[in-house]
Design a binder for this molecule. Structure first.
Ligand SMILES: *[C@@H]1O[C@H](CO)[C@@H](O)[C@H](O)[C@H]1NC(C)=O
Ligand SMILES: *[C@@H]1O[C@H](CO)[C@@H](O)[C@H](O)[C@H]1NC(C)=O
Ligand SMILES: *[C@@H]1O[C@H](CO)[C@@H](O)[C@H](O)[C@H]1NC(C)=O
Ligand SMILES: *[C@@H]1O[C@H](CO)[C@@H](O)[C@H](O)[C@H]1NC(C)=O
Ligand SMILES: *[C@@H]1O[C@H](CO)[C@@H](O)[C@H](O)[C@H]1NC(C)=O
Length: 495
């Protein structure tokens, strides 16, 4: 096998850029690479009002509007991981995971979002989970916020209210104080580009506030400030004793230009800057929004007759606080779309501001959802884009995965993971991208937000008809266990 892989490298005439990469075959993970699986609190925990937990914006929205959830599904019980976390850890152990990426539910720790009530039962739950993981040699990778804002903070406007940055800072302090002795990998937010949409649309994305093209940018602005405040807090008060690392999870699709015309290449750059750079540029480049984003939103706001831009500006002091406020870049990506230049969509809206039109190339293989096309080469391209634009930061792939309808013999998922991981390894071993970890989305079939339980992402099946919520490994779980044990991807995925 090794010989054939070397031959493959020679045939392609691949330049060996890094001495360390040359010492390894293209299908091998670097030593110490962190392989594992991922979940998030609202999607798996259930126990939505047990033991003192407060209501989140998802609890609130899906209770008030069951019609927003597919089949009326909600996260009241979900995978019942609040009671069954030991089974989750057992699954991770079978998988040979070195890391488990999960999120902490803010309203389970602080039911009102503030320090007036600190819920010890919530702290105990995460202590038990973290301790059990460590007993099994699995490192926790903890997301502080994965979309489940305490509803109490939505009553004061949620993320568009700048004061949320201060509330988030106090919440983070509680997490560092209680868990920071054992948690060494933190990310502040998961995919803010996704959850700020909840302030831009109604009918499915919590908290379903339709301030289109306005609320999303106000939320963005608070989230970036909140992230940086928490990073600086860790730096000043916790790093010297806790020695962890702290980053933020950002995400984007890859966008392939419709053709090589200049305007479409510019559209490709714009959409990547609007979807990823909006968050990544301030934190990983220079403390501010990408110039093209600033210019387009300002200009459109002016044309709409507004006295101010819909996208707020950072003060110089904020820019200094934000610039460089991360130890690593956590990254989620699933698929690829085609993009061309166009003034398209409602005015005002983020979509119109991007100056693009985007669509799925229907010749690319589908998964169990129209939006998730299987385009492995796009994964290599997007990793390289991130690695080139933000060169000083190690990349941790925190989400990547495949949708089907839940079959145990999930050959489609196996093929997806084999191909995507092969492309990731080419980015690492041939292109020199500094990727340090990968957590498959998802450990379990779970509540896919407003798409409900029908959309299956799990490498473990969960029986949602049984009160036991029985976990059963799918074929992909043993496939990934083989890769994790061998620290290599089978050669057939490289041809
Ligand atoms: C941002 O931080 C980087 C690295 O610390 C530094 O080189 C750069 O000059 C800073 N940029 C601005 C605009 O302050
Ligand atoms: C700014 O907006 C005006 C009016 O919509 C438009 O004509 C112009 O091309 C825009 N300029 C830029 C740089 O986008
Ligand atoms: C769509 O995919 C097919 C097959 O890969 C390719 O030939 C075609 O050029 C693609 N079209 C666009 C617009 O990307
Ligand atoms: C419950 O079982 C039925 C019949 O086997 C199945 O069609 C349905 O998808 C199951 N529901 C869930 C949520 O798994
Ligand atoms: C792991 O390595 C063994 C021995 O080389 C091989 O038989 C097996 O197919 C590999 N499994 C995977 C998933 O790479």
């Amino acid at each position: 096998m090794a010989a054939r892989v070397s031959l493959y490298l020679e045939i392609l005439g691949v330049a060996c850029l890094l001495a360390t990469a040359c010492a390894r075959e293209v299908n091998q993970f670097p030593e110490g690479f962190l392989l594992g699986a991922a979940t998030s609190s609202y999607q798996i925990e259930g126990a939505w009002n047990e033991d003192g937990k407060g209501e989140s914006i998802w609890d609130h929205m899906l209770h008030e509007h069951p019609e927003y959830g597919n089949n009326g599904d909600n996260g009241d019980v979900a995978c019942d991981s609040y009671h069954k976390y030991a089974e989750d850890v057992q699954a991770l152990k079978e998988l040979g995971a070195k890391v488990y990426r999960f999120s902490i539910s803010w309203p389970r720790i602080l039911p009102n979002g503030d320090l007036d009530v600190i819920n010890q039962a919530g702290i105990d739950y995460y202590n038990n989970l973290i301790n059990l993981l460590l007993e099994n040699d699995i490192q926790p990778v903890v997301t502080m916020y994965h979309w489940d804002l305490p509803q109490a903070l939505q009553y004061i406007g949620g993320w568009p209210n700048p004061i949320l940055a201060d509330y988030f800072l106090e919440y983070a302090r509680v997490l560092f104080d209680n868990f920071g002795d054992r948690v060494k990998w933190w990310t502040t937010f998961n995919e803010p580009i996704t959850f700020v949409r909840g302030y831009s649309t109604s009918g499915g994305q919590a908290p379903s506030q339709k301030a289109r093209g306005i609320g999303n940018y106000l939320a963005t602005h608070t989230v970036i400030r909140a992230h940086a405040k928490v990073y600086r807090l860790y730096d000043e008060q916790y790093r010297s004793t806790q020695n962890g690392r702290i980053g933020i999870t950002v995400g984007t699709n890859w966008y392939e230009p419709y053709n090589d015309e200049e305007e479409n290449l510019a559209a490709q750059e714009r959409i990547l800057q609007f979807e990823l750079g909006l968050f990544a540029n301030p934190i990983f480049v220079d403390g501010d929004y990408p110039a093209v984003v600033r210019e387009r939103v300002d200009n459109n706001s002016r044309a709409e007759g507004r006295p101010r831009s819909r996208l707020p500006s950072f003060t110089d002091e904020e820019k200094r606080m934000i610039n460089g406020s991360a130890d690593f870049l956590a990254f989620n990506s699933y698929t690829t779309m085609v993009v061309r230049s166009a003034e398209f969509g409602f005015s005002p809206s983020w979509g119109r501001d991007t100056g693009t039109y985007r669509w799925y190339n229907l010749s690319w293989p589908a998964s169990g959802a129209t939006w998730l096309r299987v385009v492995p080469w796009g994964f290599r391209k997007v990793i390289n884009w991130v690695s080139t634009r933000y060169p000083n930061y190690p990349i941790f792939i925190t989400e990547n995965g495949y949708i089907d309808s839940g079959e145990l013999d999930d050959q489609g998922r196996i093929s997806y993971y084999g191909q995507y991981m092969a492309e990731m390894l080419k980015a690492i071993n041939e292109d020199g991208a500094n990727v340090i970890g990968y957590t498959a989305w998802s450990l379990l079939d779970n509540l896919e937000w407003n798409s409900g339980y029908e959309v299956k992402f799990g490498i473990y099946h969960v029986d949602f008809n049984s009160t036991e919520r029985t976990r059963t490994p799918k074929a992909s779980a043993s496939f990934l266990a083989g890769i994790y044990r061998n620290m290599s991807v089978p050669e057939e995925y490289f041809t």
